[in-house]
Design a protein around this ligand. Structure first.
Ligand code: ATP
Ligand code: MG
Length: 385
């Protein structure tokens, strides 16, 4: 008897032409995730089975919850095609549900190997009777079962029960690469998560402003990156020294425009970096109307500094909704650590809410940031995960 995990992948099976490519990406993401564990992945009829060494069960289960493209998975057993062995496996799979007092069950059997002497109906009857005699408190309920034991007879007999929900989405990487503008706040890690869910692999850029921001603020971004690296294989954080640019903006812009100029410079820099990294788009945590730099007029101006598309997956979400997701994906507690943000330190009390595009353009031009930007990009420090 071998312990396995059955993996069901969703949307990717719909993409007929690209199916092979998507499956390959999913397999390679699973391998990267568990590179420290010796696993074996078997593909069969639109599903994967993972064989893993005993003792690694919990690690595999928690890891699979972070791999996009997986809609569900279930602990499974592989046994020889003999009824006694199949019954024994069904008994083992039923035990956790019985101990939780989940007492209504159903058997679903499928026989791909027609040489097996029992047909699907007969297999279900045999196993049902066996479980009823083994656990007297059980009843069969084919309409509203608390749990189902699935049996598939192929080259071996495969049994699984107790499906666990996966994160869904598309395998990270199938939609290409983007640059995530990652601050230490609540929003941008959630934005990165959502784009990863649509198959976008990402590198992050953090605009670091020592001494206005502390090493602890940077540590926080490193921690958030580590959390994101659970969802995004081979995640990279680019730390860009932003102080000189920020000081130039502070000295030469009217104070009400400072935040917007900083946003525009960030977008311009991220776009340059994207091109160096063969990335196709930028990602930010902006949400409409959340702050003055996130009105349609402000977003139009800052966004104009990139000729690559800027994806803003949180644009229509309330802060409450974003916070709930941040809690679910595990970034919230790190995001609320109380270290200063470069932009709040420089933020004017009354920022412009409805900037006039050509006025902003004139200010931005007068800043002459090009050389400073080139220098800063040359000084990027990289952290890999
Ligand atoms: P967050 O919670 O992501 O910090 P926020 O509500 O604080 O978002 P802003 O500070 O206005 O929003 O920033 C808008 C977006 O600009 C962020 O979501 C992020 O994508 C980007 N950004 C802001 N500051 C930085 C920074 N220091 N480094 C990298 N990106 C940044
Ligand atoms: Mg912020």
């Amino acid at each position: 008897m071998t312990n396995l995990i059955l993996i069901k992948y969703g949307e990717i099976s719909l993409k007929k032409g690209n199916r092979k490519y998507f499956e390959k990406k999913l397999v390679s993401n699973i391998k990267l995730k568990f590179s420290a564990i010796k696993i074996n992945i078997i593909r069969h009829q639109g599903r994967f089975y993972i064989e893993y060494p005993s003792g690694q069960h919990d690690r595999i289960i928690s890891g699979l919850k972070e791999i996009f493209g997986i809609i569900g998975f279930a602990p499974a057993l592989k046994v020889h095609k003999e009824m006694e062995e199949i019954k024994k496996a069904a008994g083992l799979l039923a035990a956790p549900s019985v101990s939780k007092d989940l007492l209504r069950f159903k058997i679903e059997a499928r026989r791909t190997d027609k040489s097996f002497p029992f047909n699907s109906y007969k297999i279900a009857c045999e196993l049902g009777d066996f479980l009823l005699s083994k656990y007297k408190e059980l009843t069969v309920d084919v309409h509203k079962p608390d749990w189902t034991v699935n049996v598939e007879i192929r080259e071996y007999a495969y049994l699984y029960a107790g499906q666990i929900k996966g994160p869904g989405g598309l395998p990270v990487g199938v939609s290409g690469r983007g640059i995530l503008l990652l601050s230490g706040g609540i929003d941008s890690p959630v934005a990165g998560y959502y784009m990863a869910k649509r198959g976008l692999t990402q590198e992050a850029i953090y605009f670091d402003s020592p001494p206005y921001t502390s090493v602890k603020a940077l540590d926080k971004v490193v921690k958030l990156s580590r959390l994101l690296s659970g969802y995004i294989p081979k995640f990279v954080l680019n730390i860009l020294p932003f102080t000189a640019i920020q000081e130039r903006i502070k000295e030469h812009s009217q104070s009400r425009a400072v935040t917007l100029m900083m946003r525009a410079a960030m977008v311009a820099i991220a776009c340059k970096l994207a091109k160096q990294k063969y990335a196709l788009c930028l990602v930010t945590g902006e949400s409409l109307g959340q702050v003055a730099s996130q009105t349609p007029e402000s977003i139009r101006f800052s966004g104009s500094k990139s000729d690559l598309p800027v994806f803003r997956p949180l644009i229509g979400m309330d802060k409450e909704e974003i916070i709930n997701i941040a809690r679910n994906i595990g970034t919230f507690r790190t995001s609320i650590l109380p270290y200063e943000d470069c932009c709040t330190l420089f933020a004017p009390v009354h920022p412009i809410v409805k900037p006039v595009f050509k006025d902003m353009e004139a200010i931005y031009k007068s800043l002459n940031l090009d050389d400073l930007i080139e220098e800063a990009i040359d000084k990027i420090k990289i952290v890999t995960f």
